[in-house]
Design a protein around this ligand. Structure first.
Ligand SMILES: *[C@@H]1O[C@H](CO)[C@@H](O)[C@H](O)[C@H]1NC(C)=O
Ligand SMILES: *[C@@H]1O[C@H](CO)[C@@H](O)[C@H](O)[C@H]1NC(C)=O
Ligand SMILES: *[C@@H]1O[C@H](CO)[C@@H](O)[C@H](O)[C@H]1NC(C)=O
Ligand SMILES: *[C@@H]1O[C@H](CO)[C@@H](O)[C@H](O)[C@H]1NC(C)=O
Ligand SMILES: *[C@@H]1O[C@H](CO)[C@@H](O)[C@H](O)[C@H]1NC(C)=O
Ligand SMILES: *[C@@H]1O[C@H](CO)[C@@H](O)[C@H](O)[C@H]1NC(C)=O
Ligand SMILES: *[C@@H]1O[C@H](CO)[C@@H](O)[C@H](O)[C@H]1NC(C)=O
Ligand SMILES: *[C@@H]1O[C@H](CO)[C@@H](O)[C@H](O)[C@H]1NC(C)=O
Length: 665
C-alpha cells in the first residue's frame, strides 16, 4: 500500500505543476477586471465603446489581409476573390474541435463536398500553431489523396497563432459569440491538491441530448460498460471505448441505474462523436454521456480504490469560424450541431446560392417596394398599401423578393423558433380575391440571413386594382422579425418555340387544408367548374405544408400525399417523401434553405424546410379537362398518410393549403 501511495503522489505533483503555469497568468487578469469595475466612469466609458463594437460585425466589408501559410502566404483583397473565404481557428482545448478534425466522415465531407468556389484558411488559437497547422494539413492530405486532390489547392494552413496575427481577424474570433463552448469534466479526489480539468464531448443520440446536472457525482469504474454493473447505481460510470457500441454502453449503464457515463478513449485515440447507429436510434436514452481522454491520475485513483468525484462545466471560448461572402461581407457561420465539416459545406453552398440570387435580382424588372426592413410582430404583423405600376398587363411574371432579418447584426438577436409566415393580398376589397394568400415561408431557428425569390406569376390576377394592401404575419407570440419585401414585375424569358405568350386572367380558389384526423377527407366535396371562354391553358397551383405531431409524427415528420383528381380519372399527386429523413432539408440549402440554424433544421419536413420559402406546386392540367365552354369538369382533393385516410389516436396534426385553378389566355 505504501508503494502505491508514493506512486500516486508523484502523479499528483505533475498535475499541480501543470496548473501552476496557468495560475501565473491569473493575478494579472484579476487586477484588470477590478480596475475596470472600481470606477463607475470607466465602466460606462467601456460599455459605450463596446456598443460601437471593438471590431467588424457581420455584414461589414472585410478589409484586405495577408497571412503566412505553410506554403507561402494567403492574401485577401476585396473584390479580387471570386468565391467565398471561410476562416477557421482550431484549438485542441475543445473536444468538439478535436473530433471534427479526427473523424473520417468529417474530413471526407470536407474534401469531397466543399463547393468548388470556396477557399478555407485554417488557423490555430494556441501557442502550438505550428504543429497544429502541420497536423491539420496532414489530416486533410491523407483523405484528399484518396478522393480529391484538387481541393488541397483551396485549403490554406497558417502556422501563425490567431493572437499573433496583428490584423482584424483576432477581433472577430474574440468578440463574436463563441459556440460551441468548451465543455469539460472536472475530477477531484481526496489527497489531490488541485482538480483535474479535461475536455469532454457530450453524446448526442441523434440530437436528443440529456444534460449533465450541476451536482458532483461519484465516479465508478465499470470496465468496458458492456455488461450490467450494479455498483454504478447513482454514480457516473467510467468505461473504456472497446468491446461494444457507445449506445450499448450507455443503455447498459442506464439499466444499472448509473446517473451518467464517461467513455474514455484508449491512449493515442481521438475523442469521438458518440451517436447511435441504425436501429439503436429508435430508443432514446435517459442519462447523459460524454467521451473524454483517459486521464492517468483518474484511472490510477480508481484502480487503487481512492474515491473520485466528477462535476461538469462549460467555459466560453472564442468563436471558431466565420466567412467572407462573394460580396466581401463578413458573415457568421451559424451553429454546428455536431462535429463535422459538413456544416462548413452547407454554409458555403448558401454563399453560392446568395451570390446567384444577387445576380438574379439584377435582371430587369419593375420593382415595387412593399416592406423595407419593417417590424413584423403580433396580431397585426407587417402591413403596407402600395400602388402598382401602370400597364400591369404587359408583365407576365411576378416574383416575391422577401428577406427576414433580426433586430441586431448578430444571429443571437434573432427569433428562436420556426414559424409559418404568410403573405396576404387585398387589392379590390369588394372583389373575389381580397385577402388571398400570395406567399408562404417558414422562419429559421435563430438565423437572420434568409432571402428568397419566389415565382408567383400564376397569381397575377389577384392584383385586380391599382392599389393593394399586403399583410405579412406569423403567429402573434413569435419574437420580432424584420421583413423586407419587393414585388418584381417582369416579362418572362420564353426561349421561343414560336408559341404565343399566355397570360393568367382568372384564378379560382379550390380547397384549404385543416386538421389531419380521420375526418380530414370527409370535409372535401367535388367541385364542378366550367372553363371560361377563350381559355388556352389551365394550371393547378397549390401551396401545401403539413405541421404538428401525432403518434406517427404527422404532419411535420410523416410522409403525406396530396391528390387532385380531375374528371374522376386524372390523379395529380404530390408526395412529401423526404419528411422525417435525417438530412432532408440539408439537400435544399442550394435552393436557399438557411443552413446551420440553431435548431433541428436538418430533418426533412412535410412540404417545407426551416428558413425557406414554400414552393408552389404547379401542374398544367389542360389535357385533363374538357375545354368546351358547355362542358362541366370536376375536381376532387384528398390527403393521405401512408396511402390511407389519416387516423391518429393522439393530438392530430394539420395541413395548411391554398389551392387554385389558374386560367390562361
Ligand atoms: C489533442 O489533445 C489530445 C489529448 O489532450 C492529444 O492526444 C492529441 O495528440 C492532441 N492533438 C493535437 C493535434 O495536438
Ligand atoms: C467540383 O468540380 C468537379 C469537376 O471540376 C466536379 O466533378 C465536382 O462535382 C465539383 N464539386 C462540387 C462540390 O461542386
Ligand atoms: C474487452 O473484452 C475482452 C474479451 O471479453 C476482455 O478480455 C477485455 O477485458 C475487455 N476490455 C475491457 C476494457 O473491459
Ligand atoms: C434500478 O432501480 C430500480 C428502481 O429503484 C430498481 O428496481 C432496480 O432493481 C435497480 N436496478 C439495478 C440493476 O440496480
Ligand atoms: C427502427 O425504426 C426504423 C424506422 O422507423 C424501422 O424501419 C426499424 O424497423 C426500427 N427498428 C426496430 C428494431 O424497431
Ligand atoms: C433566357 O433563358 C435562358 C435559359 O434559361 C438563358 O440561357 C438566357 O440567357 C435567357 N435570356 C435572357 C435574355 O435573359
Ligand atoms: C366536352 O363537352 C362537350 C359539352 O358537354 C361535349 O359535347 C364533348 O363531347 C366533350 N368532349 C369530350 C372529349 O369529352
Ligand atoms: C391516386 O394515386 C395515389 C397514389 O399515387 C393512390 O394512392 C390513390 O388511390 C389514387 N386515387 C385514385 C382515385 O386513383
Amino acid at each position: 500500500m505504501a508503494l502505491l501511495r508514493s506512486k500516486f503522489s508523484m502523479l499528483w505533483i505533475l498535475v499541480v505543476t501543470a496548473h501552476m503555469t496557468a495560475a501565473l497568468f491569473k493575478p494579472k487578469l484579476i487586477e484588470y477586471d477590478e480596475a475596470c469595475e472600481s470606477q463607475d466612469n470607466t465602466v460606462s466609458l467601456r460599455s459605450s465603446k463596446a456598443s460601437t463594437a471593438p471590431g467588424p460585425e457581420p455584414g461589414d466589408l472585410a478589409a484586405a489581409f495577408t497571412v503566412r501559410t505553410l506554403d507561402g502566404e494567403f492574401s485577401y483583397q476585396p473584390g479580387a476573390m471570386r468565391g467565398p473565404v471561410i476562416i477557421h481557428a482550431f484549438t485542441n482545448k475543445s473536444g468538439f474541435m478535436e473530433c471534427m478534425w479526427s473523424s473520417e466522415s468529417s474530413l471526407t465531407s470536407l474534401v469531397q463536398d466543399l463547393p468548388n468556389s470556396t477557399q478555407v484558411l485554417f488557423l490555430s488559437l494556441d501557442d502550438s500553431a505550428v504543429s497544429d497547422a502541420l497536423w491539420m494539413r496532414e489530416q486533410v492530405q491523407r483523405v484528399a489523396m484518396r478522393s480529391n486532390k484538387e481541393v488541397l489547392s483551396r485549403l490554406h494552413f497558417s502556422p501563425v497563432p490567431v493572437f499573433a496575427l496583428g490584423n482584424w481577424i483576432p477581433s472577430v474570433f474574440y468578440y463574436w459569440g463563441g459556440t460551441p463552448r468548451l465543455t469539460q469534466a472536472v475530477f477531484t479526489s481526496e489527497g489531490w491538491n488541485m482538480p483535474v480539468v479535461i475536455k469532454r464531448l457530450d453524446a448526442r443520440y441523434d440530437w436528443l441530448m440529456t444534460r449533465w446536472g450541476q451536482r458532483s457525482y461519484e465516479l465508478i469504474d465499470a470496465g468496458d460498460g458492456c455488461d450490467p454493473a450494479p455498483s454504478v447505481a447513482g454514480a457516473v460510470a467510467w468505461v473504456s471505448e472497446v468491446n461494444c457500441s457507445f449506445f450499448t454502453k450507455v443503455q447498459t449503464m442506464a439499466k444499472s441505474n448509473a446517473s451518467g457515463v464517461l467513455v474514455y478513449a484508449l491512449p493515442g485515440n481521438p475523442i469521438q462523436d458518440m451517436n447511435c447507429v441504425g436501429d439503436e436510434c429508435n430508443s432514446t436514452l435517459s442519462i447523459p454521456a460524454a467521451m473524454v481522454h483517459q486521464e492517468v491520475s483518474v484511472a490510477q485513483a480508481l484502480q487503487f480504490g481512492q474515491p473520485v468525484y466528477v462535476t461538469f462545466q462549460s467555459t466560453p471560448s472564442p468563436n471558431f469560424i466565420f466567412g467572407i461572402d462573394q460580396q466581401g461581407a463578413l458573415a457568421e457561420m451559424g451553429g454546428f450541431l455536431y462535429p463535422s465539416f459538413s456544416f462548413i459545406n452547407w454554409q458555403a453552398q448558401w454563399f453560392d446560392f446568395y451570390a446567384d440570387l444577387q445576380t438574379r435580382l439584377q435582371s430587369p424588372a419593375k420593382v415595387v417596394s412593399v416592406f423595407d426592413k419593417v417590424q413584423m410582430q403580433g396580431e397585426k404583423g407587417a402591413v403596407a398599401t402600395v400602388n402598382l405600376p401602370s400597364g400591369l398587363l404587359d408583365f407576365d411574371m411576378l416574383e416575391l423578393d422577401a428577406s427576414l432579418s433580426c433586430p441586431g447584426k448578430r444571429d443571437s438577436s434573432c427569433a428562436h423558433w420556426d414559424h409559418t409566415v404568410q403573405l396576404f393580398i387585398c387589392c379590390d376589397p369588394l372583389g373575389p380575391y381580397c385577402n388571398t394568400e400570395l406567399g408562404r415561408w417558414i422562419t429559421a431557428f435563430r438565423r437572420g440571413i434568409g432571402h428568397w425569390l419566389t415565382d408567383v406569376s400564376p397569381l397575377l390576377p389577384l392584383l385586380d386594382s391599382n392599389k393593394c394592401t399586403l399583410t405579412m404575419k406569423t403567429v402573434p407570440w413569435a419574437m420580432l422579425w424584420i421583413v423586407s419585401l419587393n414585388l418584381r414585375f417582369s416579362v418572362s424569358n420564353q426561349t421561343g418555340n414560336g408559341e404565343e405568350k399566355l397570360h393568367p386572367f382568372r384564378v379560382m380558389s379550390l380547397y384549404s387544408g385543416g386538421t389531419f384526423d380521420k375526418n380530414y377527407n370527409k370535409r372535401f366535396q367535388p367541385i364542378k367548374f366550367p372553363v371560361p371562354a377563350s381559355t388556352k391553358k389551365v394550371e393547378l397551383y397549390a401551396v401545401i405544408t403539413a405541421h404538428g405531431s401525432d403518434e406517427n409524427s404527422c404532419g411535420e415528420f410523416c410522409v403525406t400525399s396530396h391528390h387532385f383528381l380531375f374528371n374522376a380519372v386524372f390523379n395529380n399527386t404530390l408526395i412529401f417523401d423526404s419528411a422525417g429523413s435525417p438530412l432532408g432539408c440539408t439537400l435544399r440549402v442550394k435552393e436557399g434553405a438557411v443552413p446551420n440554424e440553431h435548431g433541428t433544421w436538418l430533418y426533412g419536413r412535410g412540404g417545407w424546410c426551416d428558413g425557406l420559402q414554400v414552393n408552389p406546386w404547379r401542374i398544367d392540367i389542360t389535357k385533363q379537362l374538357n375545354m368546351s365552354v358547355l362542358a362541366s369538369n370536376t375536381v376532387f382533393y384528398f390527403g393521405l398518410f401512408d396511402g390511407q385516410d389519416p387516423n391518429p389516436s393522439e393530438q392530430p396534426g394539420y395541413i395548411i393549403m391554398s389551392s387554385f385553378l389558374v386560367f390562361y389566355k
